[in-house]
Design a protein around this ligand. Structure first.
Ligand code: SF4
Length: 340
């Protein structure tokens, strides 16, 4: 009797209807996306059920793990207000130049051991210098020879030439986050522009690489800013979207931001899923802090997570992630899911 009732509720809901439209290939509008962000807590389960239909269509019950290495930390001349590695940050973080090839190979071994599908090599800085580009070009073929891993490089702004060099050495994908909506961008950074970021993504695409780009919620943006970012990601047809939940770090300009409830995080994930139904959606930094005990619900919407630590903040132990995925009845997969 209870299951009859719940299925009636789910199929009658406006989110079920919207999910059906999306499954038929119709894009949702900005107005509809903002409505998702305004869904009441009472209606949240129905919203999640609608988003799950889209997640299930494209990714089944699979969960893909990503593992990242902070290959160069701090020492960045840029002023991104959320970042503990920026020139403005007073946060007490480790600061070091590019890791050696052996250290990067060691990170790849850990990624493989932890069941990750993708190894993300991340460096701080505005853009890679020649030494850093060469280091990446040398290590990527070695990683690929030893391990069955995809490589995602996050090296800052990229021109055409550097994007093509990454493609040539075997990098599969480049991460470069939009971070927030166009209208909000100058409130979080003044040393480069939103357009610089979009240009990098276009250069990466022209080089034949996959795109990974997402953002951070909880930086004082409006719902319309968030929707604008989601729509831009749709326009750029990004394959992979990491969504971070502002983990405000003491000593950074945005140290007072990051006032999010678990429900806010779920609504933002649902909106991202409805706008970008077939893109990988990853729960990223701040998930432990802001989703807290509701973390498992987020995997009904997202299909991917970072296992282990983030750039300068700790993640939960990998065993907790494996347990959460198993408890949900989901499966870790290291290969692309073929949608039916
Ligand atoms: S986000 Fe990247 S570019 Fe911005 S301050 Fe941090 S390391 Fe530098």
């Amino acid at each position: 009797m209870i299951s009859d009732l719940s299925s009636t509720l789910a199929t009658d809901s406006r989110w079920h209807q919207l999910a059906l439209q999306v499954l038929e290939g119709k894009h949702i509008t900005s107005v509809q996306a903002e409505e998702i962000l305004r869904t009441s807590d009472d209606e949240l389960l129905e919203l999640l059920a609608g988003a799950y239909r889209l997640r299930h269509k494209h990714f089944g019950k699979s969960v893909q793990l990503y593992f990242l290495v902070n290959a160069k930390s701090g020492l960045c001349p840029e002023d991104c207000g959320y970042c503990s590695q920026s020139k403005l940050s007073k946060a007490p973080i480790d600061k070091y130049r590019m890791l050696s090839a052996d250290q990067l190979l060691d990170g790849a071994r850990l990624a493989a051991e932890r069941g990750s599908k993708t190894y993300c090599i991340v460096i701080s800085g505005r853009a890679p210098n020649e030494r850093e580009m060469t280091a990446v070009e040398m290590v990527v073929p070695q990683v690929k020879e030893k391990y069955d891993l995809k490589i995602c490089a996050c090296l800052g702004l990229l021109n055409d030439t550097n994007a093509q060099r990454l493609k040539a050495c075997g990098v599969d994908r480049v991460n470069h986050n939009l971070n927030t909506g166009k209208e909000h961008y100058d409130k979080i950074c003044s040393t480069h522009t939103y357009e610089d970021r979009v240009d990098t993504l276009k250069n990466v695409r022209s080089a034949g690489l996959e795109l990974c780009s997402g953002g951070i919620i909880g930086m004082g943006e409006t719902p319309s800013d968030l929707v604008s970012m989601a729509m831009e990601l749709r326009e750029l047809q990004v394959e992979s979207i990491p969504l971070n939940f502002m983990h405000a770090i003491e000593g950074t300009p945005l140290e007072k931001e990051g006032n999010l409830t678990p429900q806010d995080c779920l609504r933002a994930l649902c909106m991202m899923r409805f706008v970008n139904p077939a893109s990988e959606l990853r729960i990223a930094g701040g998930r432990e802090k802001h989703l807290r005990s509701l973390q498992p619900l987020s995997l009904y919407v997202a299909n991917s997570l970072f296992v282990g630590d983030y750039l300068t903040t700790k993640g939960q132990p990998p065993e907790s992630d494996y347990q959460m995925i198993a408890d949900l009845g989901f499966e870790i997969t290291r290969t692309e899911f073929d949608s039916p």
